[in-house]
Ligand binder design. Structure first.
Ligand code: GLU
Length: 300
């Protein structure tokens, strides 16, 4: 395999165990593994099971078996977010102490009403931008009970460079608003958990599906606020379902066929612009490592 020497590369694949791996999630899994191998790095699997109501019992073990059938095995013990609440709480405590996290009493309906009252009715399918009702300078909880914790976003455009998508920009304040760190149901929000784990696991490179790209600026704001290193990122092309949306269980994604992993891997590789590979599974993986196009670890 041709490996680029360089500083320690640590990457991860972080599936949510909401169902088995399918053709779409395999693209992200394969890409993260190939990128790690092409840079002589470490590849770690992290099971993102914080959103427990969405988790399917047994899906974590099934995903690990599917990955193993594809020759993709975590270089370090698999980490499960559901066991890491203490780390997330410590990060939240720090953000509260620094005055950048505040409690929020608003329900979804409250937020919608506040936006409508301000003439800011949101477009269909777009998440509501939190209007800042519970910001401390706006009177805080207004005597209501705290439900969630939010991160305070200051106005300003954040710029970053994605290794595949190129220069990106987002104004989190106007496009997302103060976002949730701990949900009203007590569960940890993805944004906080992912940032804490990436730092705690020493992740230097994030490779994941393009649908997650617009989370990057929120995660960078949290990394800045917590004084954490900022990994660089590469977002992979999405596989679309018949309805033109990202392939998912809801629009007919089939679980990977464990009996024929090379067929599924070849499809995933083709989606990444890699040539069809022949021979054994290890041979195929090695051919794709050699052909991996994103060799430069661009500045973040
Ligand atoms: N758990 C997320 C998902 O399955 C991925 C998180 C990430 O890679 O940052 O969509």
């Amino acid at each position: 395999m041709s490996v680029i020497p360089g500083p320690t590369y640590r990457g991860r694949f972080a599936p949510s165990p909401t169902g088995p791996l399918h053709a779409g999630s395999l693209v992200a899994a394969l890409a993260s593994w190939l990128d790690a191998r092409a840079h002589g790095g470490i590849w770690i699997v992290r099971i993102e099971d914080v959103d427990t109501p969405r988790c399917v019992p047994g899906a974590d073990e099934l995903i690990l078996r599917q990955l193993a059938a594809c020759g993709l095995v975590s270089d370090e013990p698999v980490v499960r977010q559901s066991r890491r609440g203490t780390l997330y709480q410590a990060a939240l405590d720090r953000l509260i102490a620094d005055g950048v996290a505040y409690p929020c009493a608003c329900s979804r309906k409250d937020i919608e009403n506040a936006l409508n009252a301000a003439g800011l009715g949101r477009e269909r399918h777009h998440a509501a931008v939190y209007p800042g009702t519970c910001r401390p300078e706006r009177g805080g909880l207004h005597g209501r009970e705290a439900r969630a914790w939010r991160f305070r976003v200051e106005p300003g455009k954040l710029h970053w460079t994605d290794r595949r998508l190129g220069p990106q920009a987002q104004d989190v304040a106007t496009e997302v608003g103060d976002f949730v760190l701990r949900r009203a149901d007590g569960l940890w929000a993805y944004q906080l958990a992912v940032v804490v784990d990436d730092a705690e696991q020493g992740i230097t490179q994030i490779v994941r599906g393009e649908d997650l790209s617009d989370n990057t600026p929120r995660q960078r704001l949290l990394q800045q606020a917590l004084g954490l290193p900022v990994p660089s990122c590469l977002h992979t092309p999405l596989v679309m379902g018949d309805n033109g949306e990202k392939l998912s269980k809801q629009n007919g994604a089939q679980a990977l066929d464990l009996a024929h992993p090379l067929i599924a891997l070849n499809q995933a590789a083709q989606h990444l612009g890699l040539p069809a590979a022949t021979g054994s599974l290890p041979d195929a993986l090695s051919q794709w490592v050699n052909a991996w196009p994103w060799r430069d670890l661009a500045p973040v």
